[in-house]
Design a protein. Structure first.
Lengths: 175, 193
């Protein structure tokens, strides 16, 4: 076994030399050992065979251009985040509205103005959101319940404030 | 990347177009399954998209990108999505021709091992797949992506001495594995330079 290079530090030097990572004096030293020492020579031949085998691996690349797919996915991701930003304050507003509704169940004031205000704001907010993402906001319990709200005057301010806050956050997040 | 960071949305498209091949190649060496690699490549760029604001040009952009790519690939492996070697797609001739067509093949002729080229490649890939993760990443980045020790060290967050050791050990392990796959005398079959 005298002709086998075993020391890890020697193998590291040899490997680094083959990768062109040694400075000139060190590289010269390894080159001389590979020329003159059978153990170094044998180790070099084995490493060279490994490199040769690696060189046989086929070059790899995508089977198709993924650019549009990735860009669209990124866009959906951004819109999803935006939609969630809209949805969170609206959900809070919905909770307030429902609470008000149950607190004053006898009031009969129609919610037309409130509905119109909220609808306008949501329509504006959703104009950039693809159809498939709009359900996030449209499915909120808020929209299922607000036609029944009676004390709209009290809650409208809350909804306006929440909506404007959501839209402001949306604007600042919009890259 | 800096243009995208500054709000140029088209810059992201250009970045994806320019970098997807490199990201794809790195992931494929770690997770050799094309369908999965496509998903993971997308995941890498979505991470870039999400974290663009935090990017600081301290190192080369490609180093940062490779780091994300290898993390995503390793996470996929660790979460049990690793494909078995038997499912390597080398056997699918149609598929192979389609994914190879856009990549220049600069390889030399294979040595006379008695194996056909596909079988030889499969055995070499199997040998690479047996390496410990850090060695596999180091050898992938050095041999296939031609990164220097310093670049790999930055990517793996370790010293260049550690990279030197990783690559040396990777070569030793590959030598052992290739002897098993290709025979004791495989080194003798390699043509002289």
């Amino acid at each position: 076994m005298s002709e086998r290079l075993e020391r890890q530090s020697d193998l590291e030097q040899l490997s680094a030399w083959m990768d062109g990572e040694l400075d000139a004096p060190a590289a010269e030293g390894v080159a001389r050992l590979v020329r003159e020492d059978p153990a170094w020579r044998a180790a070099w031949e084995e490493f060279r065979a490994v490199d040769w085998a690696l060189d046989l691996c086929p070059p790899v690349g995508p089977r198709r251009d993924l650019t549009e797919e990735i860009v669209q996915a990124a866009r959906r991701q951004r819109l999803w985040r935006r939609a969630v930003r809209i949805a969170a304050p609206l959900a809070a507003a919905a909770a307030v509205i429902i609470a008000v509704y149950f607190a004053w169940p006898q009031q009969q004031t129609p919610p037309t103005a409130l509905m119109q205000t909220v609808e306008n704001e949501i329509t504006k907010a959703l104009q950039d959101v693809p159809q498939e993402d709009q359900f996030i906001v449209r499915k909120l319990s808020f929209f299922e319940n607000y036609p029944e709200v009676k004390r709209y005057q009290q809650v409208r301010d809350v909804v306006d404030a929440e909506t404007l806050s959501a839209l402001a956050a949306l604007e600042s997040a919009d890259m | 990347m800096l243009a995208f960071q500054a709000g140029d949305q088209e810059a992201f498209r250009r970045l994806v177009k320019r970098s997807q091949s490199k990201v794809y190649a790195v992931i494929y060496r770690l997770v050799p399954n094309h369908a999965q690699v496509e998903d993971l490549t997308q995941e890498v760029f979505l991470r870039v998209f999400r974290t663009a604001a935090r990017y600081r040009p301290m190192a080369k952009f490609s180093t940062w990108l490779y780091r994300i790519a290898s993390n995503v690939a390793l996470n996929a492996l660790r979460s049990g999505r690793k494909m078995k070697l038997s499912s390597l797609e080398l056997g699918d001739a149609d598929d192979e021709s389609s994914w190879r067509r856009d990549v220049p093949d600069t390889r030399s002729a294979p040595p006379a091992t008695g194996l056909d080229a596909e079988e030889l490649e499969a055995r070499i890939l199997a040998a690479i797949a047996e390496l410990p993760e850090s060695q596999r990443i180091a050898i992938t980045l050095n041999k296939f992506e031609h990164l220097s020790y310093q670049e790999i060290a930055k990517m793996l967050d370790c010293s260049t001495m550690a990279v030197k050791s990783l690559l040396s050990r990777a070569r030793c392990n590959l030598r052992t594995a290739l002897v098993r796959y290709l025979g004791e005398d495989f080194a003798e079959k390699v043509p002289n330079p």
